[in-house]
Write a protein that binds this ligand. Structure first.
Ligand code: GLC
Length: 724
């Protein structure tokens, strides 16, 4: 390979259809013929990819096939709930199934490389990209990272429906100061290791074929030039052998960061730091050949990067059959299948979180004489898909209004009024909405954010309902009819003003192609809500960033003591805690039973708890186990999630759930970033949310230094063929 041909393999060009940043270098057929492109971003379609692949294979000197990459974040044509919603299901098996179907559709359209899963931990809801991840907790985030990687890559390596999964954005992108996208992240090494790195390590352990660097700087070093993390940690410490891809023109942005004076400096710094593939900046192609001719180290770095790109192509079988993903018949057969739609509806149902249900307003009867459905979002099929919806088609999506209409009895009169929208302060729709509400037996208000108010470059400094929606809720509440609020949104909102007025509030996020049907399934009782929040909902934006796994401080908040860590104007607790979610029945927990009260650090502790369904309906419950290291050499979170399990219980029945804790759960990092277990007591909490009260204590009898990093994959998912 000539130097230019090598650098061509490290160059990814845009297809002109997908811009999420400054206008990208768009690849042409002539670029392919010259060997200047190794992969495309945002080009798909069996016919299109076959045509471009043929040029690469038949009209170039080396016949190296192209890779086609895109963002298949929560489905390709059949859209699943947004990732934050899917995480609210706490159902990792379901998440894997959804990722698998997304891969089936995407690979049938010629795509090889998926820029998913996004595994950034997020504890600041002002940040728009919180919608793309699995929330605030590294244990839950690691579980979903593993499930999504396994789903996308499949279990039969080399099959023509396997995609290369990309864990992104490496790393601490969600720690952006002030929740402002692309902003500085400045966190301690301990927080980096304990909170932000684990889901990436879990994804690498699960075999993710690619990692994407983050736009942000971390403690003064932009991630696209961060050799310590991209090489020393990712490759040397974790043994990652896949491809590292820049984010969109991220290499060029090293100049904006002020760490590169010229494009040549930026290209050199990125390659030296460990970025293999240049996404759409074009700097590698323009600058590296000349630089490498003068610097053998760069030439070696180029060879290493090219080898990884070629290995990725080899792993997909593209050298044997470059056209195996570009099959028009398969594309048609695998798109929008009834099975995919059914799975989307199942996933959406499980992602819904019942936040409030005072007076058991829900489920509503299907036979109401008149039902008023109010809100612009009720009829918005674009928003029901959410952002990053690939080729999902709004016209193929089921709106909340359509789902309700399809579910109620033919005798029910459904009145719709737009009322208000998220996009404007216009209140002229209030009168029509109030009129419809007055003539109804119950009111369903659909409010929240339009899909473009969450996602990349969509940070918000205020988190109340946008537009005139809060005013609409107040007007509807004044009518004194049963009022149900359904939320469409991509982040925790400040809902105090909503919850005070609406006895029933259902969090629907952006539920995907079947969203309206899934919401109706729960609203009318065909499905029991079981979702649990993967992220805390604040009372006020001023509380952010926040997490249930906070540190105790030296002055824990106290209502009776003034000089403690709290606010004068808002309670310190969230409005809804991590792990919160109601059902239509009620669950109660016995005190957890431990297999021992004193254990050796090398031992295993079994925690058994009996869960009772004490209500009148069957229901699913996500049993959660939290652990606290009561006293340690370093401050520890007041509790950390270390296990969860779904149980389905008939009314009046009970089930015993068993968790196993081991050294990975007891360990902490010492001052040298080495894992140690310290003698002392730990407290286990078990319940239906992070405010679980049922607890038991045990003691680790002696300390121990641990070798190695242990596993970041949650124990119950560790065996490759694990079915949990
Ligand atoms: C965007 C996003 C990244 C995405 C890439 C390609 O800017 O940061 O998540 O994969 O560009 O679309």
């Amino acid at each position: 390979m000539t130097l230019e041909e090598k650098v061509g393999q490290l160059t990814q060009m845009g297809g002109g259809t997908q811009a999420t940043g400054p206008q990208a270098a768009t690849g042409t057929e002539e670029d392919i013929r010259r060997g200047h492109i190794g992969s495309f971003l945002g080009v798909w379609g069996a016919e299109t990819t076959r045509r471009l692949q043929r040029i690469a294979v038949e009209e170039t000197r080396l016949h190296i096939p192209l890779l086609f990459a895109s963002d298949v974040i929560h489905g390709f044509r059949t859209i699943f709930p947004v990732p934050l919603a899917e995480a609210a299901s706490w159902d990792v098996a379901l998440a894997e199934r959804c990722a698998r179907v997304a891969a089936l559709e995407a690979t049938a359209h010629g795509l090889h490389w998926d820029y998913a899963p996004m595994v950034d931990i997020a504890r600041d809801a002002r940040w728009g990209r919180v919608v793309e991840g699995a929330g605030e907790d590294p244990f839950l985030g690691s579980a979903f990272a593993v499930a999504r990687v396994r789903g996308l890559q499949g279990h039969t390596p080399g099959s023509a429906d396997a995609m290369i999964a990309t864990a992104k954005h490496f790393v601490a992108y969600g720690a952006a100061e002030a929740g402002r996208d692309y902003n500085t992240a400045d966190i301690s090494e301990r927080t980096l290791r304990e909170v932000y790195l684990p889901p990436f390590r879990a994804a690498v352990e699960a075999g993710a074929g690619s990692i994407m660097a983050a736009f942000n700087e971390l403690a003064g070093v932009p991630m696209h030039a961060n050799r310590r993390l991209l090489r020393d940690v990712l490759r040397d410490e974790w043994g990652f052998r896949g491809v590292v891809v820049s984010d969109y023109a991220g290499i060029e942005q090293l100049m904006a960061h002020g760490v590169a004076a010229t494009p040549a400096d930026a290209a050199r710094e990125a390659l030296s730091a460990g970025i293999d593939v240049d996404m759409v900046s074009g700097l590698y192609l323009r600058e590296l050949p000349a630089l490498a001719r003068r610097d053998p180290r760069l030439s070696r770095a180029i060879d290493d990067a090219v080898r990884r790109v070629l290995q990725a192509k080899q792993s997909l079988g593209l050298f044997d059959d470059p056209y195996r993903y570009s099959d028009v018949a398969r594309e048609a057969a695998r798109t929008s299948t009834p099975e995919a739609r059914a799975l989307s509806r199942e996933a959406a149902r499980e992602s819904l979180v019942l936040l409030e249900n005072r007076g058991q307003i829900l489920p509503l009867p299907k036979g109401l004489a008149t039902l008023a459905v109010i809100g612009a979002l009720a009829d918005d099929t674009r928003s029901v898909l959410g952002n990053w919806a690939a080729v999902g088609r709004p016209q193929e999506a089921v709106s909340i209004l359509a789902g309700i209409r399809a579910a109620v009895s033919p005798k029910t009169r459904v009145l719709y009024a737009r009322g208000a929208s998220a996009r404007s302060d216009d209140t002229s729709g209030f009168a029509e909405a109030e009129s419809a509400a007055r003539s109804a037996d119950a009111i369903i208000a659909v409010v929240g954010e339009t899909e473009d108010m969450s996602g990349e470059a969509r940070s918000r400094a205020r988190l109340e309902l946008p537009g005139a929606q809060q005013g609409l809720i107040e007007r509807l509440a004044a009518i004194q009819k049963p009022l149900v609020v359904i939320l469409l949104n991509g982040r925790p909102l400040v809902l105090s003003g909503v919850v005070a007025r609406a006895p029933a509030v259902l969090e629907a996020w952006y539920p995907g192609s079947e969203g309206g049907n899934a919401v109706a399934d729960v609203v009318f009782g065909d499905h029991d809500p079981s979702g649990k929040l993967p992220i805390s909902f604040p009372r006020a934006v001023g509380q952010l960033p926040m997490s249930y796994a906070h540190k105790p401080t030296g002055r824990p908040p106290s209502d009776s003591e003034s000089y403690t860590s709290k606010y004068l104007d808002v309670a310190v607790t969230p409005l809804y805690v991590f792990g919160h979610g109601l059902g239509y029945t009620r669950f109660e927990y016995d005190t957890p039973r431990l297999s021992a009260t004193r254990i050796d650090p090398e031992g295993e502790l079994r925690v058994q708890v009996t869960v009772h369904n004490t209500g009148q309906r069957a229901g699913d419950e996500v049993v959660q186990l939290y652990l606290r290291d009561d006293v340690a050499s370093f401050t520890r979170p007041v509790r950390s999630l270390r296990g969860f399990a779904r149980v389905s219980l008939a009314p009046g029945s009970a089930e015993e759930v068993t968790f196993t804790l081991d050294r990975d759960d007891f360990a902490l990092l010492d001052a040298d970033d080495k894992r140690v277990i310290e003698a002392g007591t730990f407290t286990v909490f078990v319940g239906g949310s992070s405010s679980a009260e049922r607890s038991a204590q045990f003691e680790v009898t002696r300390g121990e230094r641990l070798t190695g990093r242990g596993s970041a994959v949650p124990r119950f998912m560790r065996s490759a063929s694990a079915r949990w």
